[in-house]
Design a protein around this ligand. Structure first.
Ligand code: FAD
Length: 368
């Protein structure tokens, strides 16, 4: 019998596990994969994620995991440059296989239990049932099993709406190795990225899932445009996107964290930050006298921020060309936005707060 079973050992589950194991709690992570495992992801981390880890029991991220730290961001609309920003904060590019594995290693080092290579098939009144029929009892469950995991269905909420992303790793010679490229013109409500990571770059795109779209064909066409001749592997995965539900618990003994809860910044598709943050919050809540209420209270600002990011992204793609025309050459504003909002989420995507803060920055040069 465990105090807590965590379903899924990605950043949300591992963060929760590290915090619980750090306090000597009787916890077990169950993951259907065996670590190190592949995770389709651009692997771009912001400074707020690194600081969050550093100021928690997770601790400082090992610098050897950073394949590139980059502060130049190029924004394009169908191949035409909108602006090239030099930000104050770096963006950190990692390989998710190594990053996620480092978190699991930290968890194990703190004495956390783990069952790998077995999926949770069911949740019942006593705990979980694995796909081989083994029953494991526990008092609480953290559902950290990603965007399309099974835990969501045990919480009364509508399923998280999804985007689908597809990417490939290509030799660095085909892209500008000195800048992160964000191309926002090609797709209906998402963007294409080039993330340089030393010897190679991760190139991909994501937008609202659409059954009829030929994602593979679209990525192949882009790789052809870049001149890629090598045979590269294409990998696709779902990520939450769009207004989620505000329900993140079953009111009793299940807490959802990370992608399983629908926690994603819809403007950038960044989910690792919220995964780590909600994992930490879930662990802290389980150590309180009222885990469910505490977790609902703690995660309310995440839900609000996710909703505001969805509203902003809706406005942007609703009048994309007009907005991009206005943003053309607005390097100062866009660099500021990257620094205060993307890197740090200071204004939680609230348009009112962002406008007032930018006016202040323009007038007095303060606020980054
Ligand atoms: C194409 C793409 C690009 C992205 N790029 C970025 C980026 O650059 N930066 C960023 O911050 N975010 C990015 N994201 C989002 C980011 O990958 C996720 O938000 C993040 O991984 C969420 O972490 P998590 O721990 O909630 O879930 P995951 O990392 O998905 O982990 C879930 C775990 O649960 C396990 N699992 C699932 N079902 C079961 C089961 N039944 N039993 C046991 N185990 C189970 C899985 O094996 C997995 O290990 C991207 C996503 C996609 C798809």
């Amino acid at each position: 019998m465990y105090d807590t079973i965590i379903i899924g050992g990605g950043p949300a589950g591992a963060a929760a596990g590290i915090c619980l194991a750090d306090k000597g709690k009787n916890v077990c992570i169950i993951d259907k994969s065996t670590f190190p495992r592949q995770k389709t992801c651009g692997g771009l981390l912001t400074v707020k994620t690194l600081e969050l880890m550093e100021n928690s029991p997770i601790g400082k991220m090992d610098s050897s995991l950073v394949l590139n730290g980059i502060n130049r961001v190029s924004l394009e609309n169908k191949g035409n440059k909108i602006a090239e920003m030099r930000c104050k904060n770096d963006f950190y590019l990692v390989d998710r296989l190594s990053f996620d594995n480092s978190l699991i290693e930290k968890y194990k080092a703190k004495g956390g239990n783990i069952i790998e290579g077995k999926a949770v098939a069911k949740i019942n009144d006593k705990g979980v049932v694995l796909n081989d029929g083994t029953e494991i009892e526990c008092r609480f469950i953290i559902g950290a099993d990603g965007c399309r995991g099974i835990t969501q269905k045990y919480v009364k909420r509508k399923p998280v709406s999804c985007a689908f992303g597809i990417e490939a790793e290509i030799p660095i010679k085909y892209v500008d190795s000195s800048a992160v490229l964000l191309e926002v013109g090609y797709f209906k409500d998402g963007y294409l990225w080039h993330f340089p990571k030393g010897e190679y770059a991760t190139v991909g795109f994501a937008f609202t899932y659409d059954k009829g779209t030929d994602y593979v064909g679209l990525l192949k066409a882009h790789l052809k445009r870049l001149g890629v001749t090598e045979d590269v592997k294409l990998k696709g995965a779902f990520l939450p996107y769009g207004m989620g539900s505000r329900t993140v618990t079953n009111g009793k003994d299940i807490l959802l964290a990370g992608d399983a809860a629908g926690f994603i910044d819809a403007v950038t598709g960044e989910g690792t930050y919220y995964a780590v943050l909600s994992g930490i919050m879930a662990a802290e809540s389980l150590m309180s006298s009222d885990p469910v209420r505490t977790y609902e209270k703690k995660t309310a600002p995440i839900i609000s921020s996710v909703e505001k990011s969805c509203a902003l992204v809706g406005k942007f793609y609703g009048s994309r060309d007009g907005i991009l025309n206005k943003l053309k050459g607005k390097t100062r504003f866009l660099s500021w936005f990257c620094d205060v909002q993307v890197s740090r989420n200071i204004y939680d995507f609230s348009l009112g707060k962002l406008s007032a803060a930018y006016m202040k920055y323009k007038l007095f040069g303060k606020g980054i």
